[in-house]
Design a binder for this molecule. Structure first.
Ligand SMILES: Cc1cc2nc3c(=O)[nH]c(=O)nc-3n(C[C@H](O)[C@H](O)[C@H](O)COP(=O)(O)OP(=O)(O)OC[C@H]3O[C@@H](n4cnc5c(N)ncnc54)[C@H](O)[C@@H]3O)c2cc1C
Length: 314
């Protein structure tokens, strides 16, 4: 049995869905699990964290995410609780925080894991834009891992309410600090956590036309993504870009509308469980990668899809 820790990420004070995946992974194997949450009131999250041994609540005058302070506090928790492995989400925050933490602890870190074996301290992650899956072995006293959202099956939380312990945020000097977080004006579903994504490419032709994707997305409770061509043309915002230089997404269903299927787009969505492509060119490369293809004009197909899905889903 190992001492496993995990960083519970909150977004606007809410519990991120991907935390459940980390919790499911950590609880497996009967480890002693310690979850760290930076918040003023931990009570609303305790039910989600049933079955973990302790919840370490970090409090302080200003709990807004500041990378250096968070990293120093987590390093202290990891040392004090003698955590042998520490998990986080491969999110924008995870990507910012975990390398700092690894540097402070001089520990090995594997980012963007698709699978983690906590006993063996091994992890599998994609490399070379997803062309290969590499297996990593972490040596040393501690191992850090960030896990890609939507890859670990979620097990229901069970096993008793955890003990709450407390820790004070390290409020020391920081060389860099986040001054402002500008929220995207687009729909609030986080693409990296979304179960369904509807994406549009250059073929959308104008920003206003994304409204037909928004309508379909609303029926499916989906996030709306875009290709880089659509972003570069100003039809979509950069936070919507999926691909090598955009977001890596992993939904159950990815609907690509008017997207050719260039490799740089594909690497960002190739692990989607089901890919549906709508394209008027039957030779478009996306059809070689899609599970289902609809050859047709997206401006006809997407509204029809929306209507039929609306009926089917009641
Ligand atoms: C270093 C680098 C990094 C990159 N990173 C990314 C990235 O992160 N994400 C990304 O997406 N791209 C990225 N790209 C760009 C990538 O190479 C492609 O240029 C881009 O993905 C193409 O976008 P698209 O499929 O929307 O446009 P196009 O390739 O122009 O495809 C448009 C498609 O729409 C179809 N179409 C046209 N009209 C209709 C219609 N009415 N109905 C249905 N279908 C229609 C066409 O048949 C065509 O297949 C990167 C490129 C480089 C060099």
């Amino acid at each position: 049995m190992a001492n496993i820790g995990l960083y519970i990420e909150l977004k606007d004070g809410s519990f991120k869905k991907s935390n459940r995946e980390l919790l499911s992974l950590a609880r497996k194997g009967g480890h002693a699990v310690h979850a760290v949450v930076f918040c003023a009131d931990v009570q609303p999250f305790l039910e989600e964290m049933q079955g973990v041994q302790s919840v370490i609540q970090v409090t302080g005058a200003d709990l807004a995410y500041q990378p250096e302070r968070y990293a120093r506090t987590l390093a202290k928790v990891i040392e004090e609780y003698k955590l042998e492995a520490f998990l986080g989400i491969y999110s924008a925050q995870g990507k910012d925080l975990f390398p700092r933490l690894a540097a402070l602890l001089k520990a090995g870190l594997v980012n963007d894991c698709l699978a983690v074996d906590l006993e063996k301290r091994q992890a599998v992650k994609p490399v070379y834009s997803g062309k290969l899956l590499a297996e990593y072995q972490v040596e040393g006293e501690r191992a850090l891992f960030t896990v890609r959202p939507n890859v670990i099956p979620v097990e229901p939380a069970a096993g008793g309410t955890p003990q709450v312990k407390s820790m004070t945020l390290d409020a020391g000097e920081a060389k860099a600090r986040i001054v402002e977080v500008i929220q995207s004006a687009s729909r609030k579903i986080d693409l990296t956590e979304a179960e369904v994504i509807v994406s549009g490419g250059r073929a959308m032709k104008a920003k206003e036309n994304f409204s037909i994707l928004e309508d379909l997305a609303q029926v499916l409770n989906a996030g709306v993504g875009a290709s880089r061509a659509a972003v570069d043309a100003g039809f979509a915002t950069s936070d919507m870009q999926v691909g090598q230089t955009g977001k890596v997404v992993n939904p159950k269903l990815y609907i690509a509308c008017g997207i050719s299927g260039a490799i740089q787009h594909f690497v960002g969505m190739k692990t989607s469980k089901i890919i549906v492509a709508v394209n008027k060119d039957p030779e478009a490369p996306i059809f070689k990668k899609a599970d289902y293809g609809i050859v047709g004009d997206l401006f006809t197909v997407v509204p029809l899809l929306k209507e039929e899905l609306k009926k089917a889903l009641g």
